[in-house]
Design a protein around this ligand. Structure first.
Ligand code: HEC
Length: 262
């Protein structure tokens, strides 16, 4: 199974081939309809063939990558669905394009390349959600766009006492360093670190609210306090929470480091 996972990870490399080829196909099919660029048509069957093969290989590797089992959310299902449809359509049209009936179906090839372009864009969007989390694109967007995506305004904290322990301190750290693998759609070890609820739920149970010692022991999948990963989260989330009744709350009770700027 390890070897399947090994091959599966090449999905994220190979997937760029069909994307590029579909874009090229769209341009080629568009131009070759014009008298001036008609000669490009000769390349069309080869490009359709290459697109189909690269799409099939990508989907095959994608299924191997999925086999790792950490892609649990809706984006994973959508990504797989649209990716598979893209490969099936590309293959079907490629067969027509290289067949002896190609001239009969000539008017079909340009619209088909447009359909593939739309499908591959949708597939890529859901794939992006998996690797970067669904808020990656809009994180630094102007607030009206952030609001459309359901994100609260970015806050600038000027005083430690006004900071919310999760929203302003721990959450952004997780977002920056951990969200790529522990988001709603791709939750390694079933651990979601992009929301307060997700952190408190824990993975296979890494965090015990208010009790860092218990958190470290509950490292998940049989981990113990010796697990550096589990302990890191436990430390990050619990050191502060141990000292107060609940979060989100305020950082007032935490003594400021001696070198803190007032
Ligand atoms: C490159 C991907 C990746 C990133 C980034 C990542 N993790 Fe993980 N994390 C994993 C994988 C994979 C596992 C499962 C490992 C295993 O089962 O052996 C895991 C497991 C864990 C676990 C154990 C969960 C449990 O209950 O079993 C914790 C805790 C954890 N990660 C915390 C973090 C924190 C905190 C960060 C950010 C500082 C982070 N991870 C960033 C991939 C990642």
């Amino acid at each position: 199974m390890d070897f399947i996972y090994f091959l599966g990870r090449f999905h994220v490399l190979v997937l760029h081939l069909p994307i590029g080829m579909i874009v090229a196909l769209f341009v080629l099919e568009y131009l070759s309809r014009k008298e001036r660029w008609r000669y490009l048509d000769a390349a069309s069957p080869y490009l359709w063939g290459a697109t189909a093969i690269s799409a099939l290989v990508t989907v095959l590797l994608g299924f191997m990558h999925f086999a790792e089992g950490s892609f649990t959310g809706a984006s994973g299902d959508q990504h797989r669905f649209f990716g598979t449809i893209t490969a099936v359509i590309a293959t079907g049209v490629a067969f027509l394009r290289v067949s002896s009936f190609a001239s009969t179906y000539k008017p079909l090839f340009f619209p088909a390349s447009l359909v593939l372009l739309v499908l591959v864009s949708i597939t890529g969007h859901y794939g992006g959600n998996l690797t970067h989390g669904s808020t990656f694109l809009v994180e630094y967007a102007p607030q009206p766009i952030r609001s459309l995506a359901g994100l609260a305004p970015r806050r600038t904290i000027t005083s430690v006492s006004a900071a919310d322990p999760f929203a302003d301190v721990v959450g952004p750290m997780f977002q920056e360093r951990c969200a790529g693998c522990h988001n709603e759609d791709k939750s390694e070890s079933d651990l979601v670190l992009t929301s307060y609820a997700g952190v408190m739920r824990g993975g296979d149970g890494a965090v015990a609210a208010g009790r860092s010692s218990a958190s470290a022991r509950r490292g998940g999948r049989g981990r113990t306090a010796r697990s550096p990963v589990a302990s890191t989260t436990a430390i990050a989330t619990s050191n502060r929470t141990d000292r107060r009744a609940s979060i989100p709350g305020s950082l007032r009770a935490v003594p400021a480091p001696s070198d803190a700027v007032a």
